[in-house]
Write a protein that binds this ligand. Structure first.
Ligand code: SF4
Length: 349
């Protein structure tokens, strides 16, 4: 059986168009309906003649994931979506409805994650499988379909779900091309954020390919041993190589890099940690995002720092001249932190 053409593959789609003798403007209308008006596959197909519709439907795949379940927060505007891949794996996306009216989607780039960060539920799931660009994009398509009835659509996409995006570079870059393409989702690069635990060469490659894209580095400690205890992959990348990559990418992008710092009691929140953090990042244009710890189901023996300590850290960074925000986490009641729900579904209680 010939594999179906993914709707997001513009080159292959053009070949289908020619074979089925579809006029270019009819295909354009179909794609506009699908990407910009968030119409379903069947609604979008109405832009073709009845005969073309059947042939297009059997040649082109509009979806690569099946929605398995959804959970809506009762305390804020978060919705967690759990999708099943053709291979039977579960992946998560989280819709974040911000009070300002903005709607963001946190997408997954892998099933599980080989980085195995101590503080992250996805890291406890075991080895990673790369998602395809279609599977990454289908999370956005299906979230938009769900949001249509609310008069909302996804305007911000953050790669902070399951997986390390820069360990799946080709699929993530292909997905970014479609997210940013004026013919497809047409998102502004300023509204798309890729977050990494720090793979220096890939950080620079990503900045070179997408100079206006927002990028974030999960640093979590400016001491090599401290980083390694939280992020096992950090053993491969000394802090100095990360510093160099940060300087290179901020030079390329000409915008500050977001540095994420999860505050953990007794592990990275001491005065010495603060001093080393300031010292390590001095001279690099960064914006700090301090993150409260969202305890995960599997006990990692970690305790989040209290609100007072977070404020002291924020004040010290701010006095050192760095812009700082403290992240407010949505969806605590629906296990919205990366990997929590998929882990729960996999683990019998
Ligand atoms: S925090 Fe990110 S990189 Fe670390 S284990 Fe979780 S998904 Fe992987």
């Amino acid at each position: 059986m010939t594999p179906m053409t993914p709707i997001h593959d513009a080159v292959a789609l053009e070949a289908v168009r020619k074979r089925l003798r579809i006029e270019p403007w009819d295909l354009k209308r179909l794609r506009n309906a699908f990407y910009k008006k968030h119409q379903t596959a069947e609604e979008s197909l109405e832009h073709l003649s009845v005969e073309q519709r059947d042939a297009f439907r059997s040649d082109v795949a509009f979806h690569s994931l099946r929605l398995h379940s959804r959970r809506d927060s009762e305390i804020d505007g978060a919705t967690k979506l759990l999708f099943r891949t053709v291979g039977g794996h579960l992946i998560e996306s989280v819709i974040l409805r911000i009070a300002s009216g903005r709607t963001s989607l946190c997408v997954s780039s892998q099933v599980g994650c080989a980085v195995r960060c101590r503080f992250c539920a996805t890291g406890q799931m075991g080895t990673a499988l790369d998602l395809t660009s279609e599977q990454i994009l289908d999370q956005v398509v299906q979230a938009n379909h769900l949001l249509r009835g609310e008069g909302r659509s996804i305007r911000n996409v953050v790669f902070m779900g399951m997986g390390e995006p820069l360990l799946n570079e080709s699929a993530v870059y292909a997905a970014l091309d479609v997210l940013l393409s004026p013919q497809c989702f047409d998102l502004s690069p300023a509204k798309v954020l890729v977050s990494t635990v720090g793979i220096p060469d890939a950080m620079v490659r990503c900045a070179e390919r997408f100079p206006r894209l927002r990028m974030a580095l999960s640093l979590h400690s400016a001491r090599q041993a401290g980083r390694e205890s939280l992020i096992p992959l950090a053993r491969r990348y000394p802090l100095e190589s990360l510093r160099r990559a940060m300087m290179q990418m901020t030079n390329i992008q000409r915008q500050p890099l977001m540095v994420e710092y999860l505050l953990l009691q007794g592990l990275n929140d001491g005065d010495q940690d603060m001093a080393e953090l300031i010292n390590c990042l001095r001279g690099i244009p960064v914006h700090f995002n301090l993150i409260p710890y969202n305890a995960i189901a599997a006990d990692a023996g970690l305790i989040g720092s209290g609100a007072e300590r977070r404020r002291q850290f924020a004040d010290a960074l701010s006095e050192a001249g760095f812009p700082v925000t403290i992240r407010y986490s949505l969806g605590n009641d629906i296990a919205a932190a990366c990997g929590q729900l998929a882990l729960r579904e996999k683990t019998p209680s």
